[in-house]
Design a binder for this molecule. Sequence first.
Ligand SMILES: [Fe+2]
Length: 157
Amino acid sequence: MSDDGFDHSFKAIHDHEAEWEDDDVRGLLTLPKGVKVKILNHDPVMGRIDMKQRFPAGYVEPAHFHDSYHSILVTKGRMCVAGKDLLPGDYVFGWDKMHGPYEYPDGCEVFIVYMGDTSHKWEKEQHLKHELEWKAETDEGKKGVEDHVQQRKEGVT
Ligand SMILES: [Fe+2]
């Protein structure tokens, strides 16, 4: 361990060496159910987590803020936020100012770096009333959007 307590070790990791985990069990994000996470590198002293996140087709991530800040790169699918249909290679930064909601009509995978507490602060009632702005382009997406609309109608988060 170094004097500053940070993990200075070099890492080179194949995608298959890290497992996808259900964040409803892992509990890092405190978001509506259904998000998967793959932790690539975690330095608890620095408070940094590098990971992938996978959002199922039709998932809506509520408007939120958090104490941590995050840098995100879309790697698969679509992330629809702030009037933009973001595709692989596109980027997002968020911190303690309200941001979102995000729609993932066709599902999405991102690489994300969080600095600090990864829990999200959002309003359940507002999330359940969310009006969709974006349409799915794939059959899987259309089904996913229908399922998530139904879940919100039933009050499921
Ligand atoms: Fe955020």
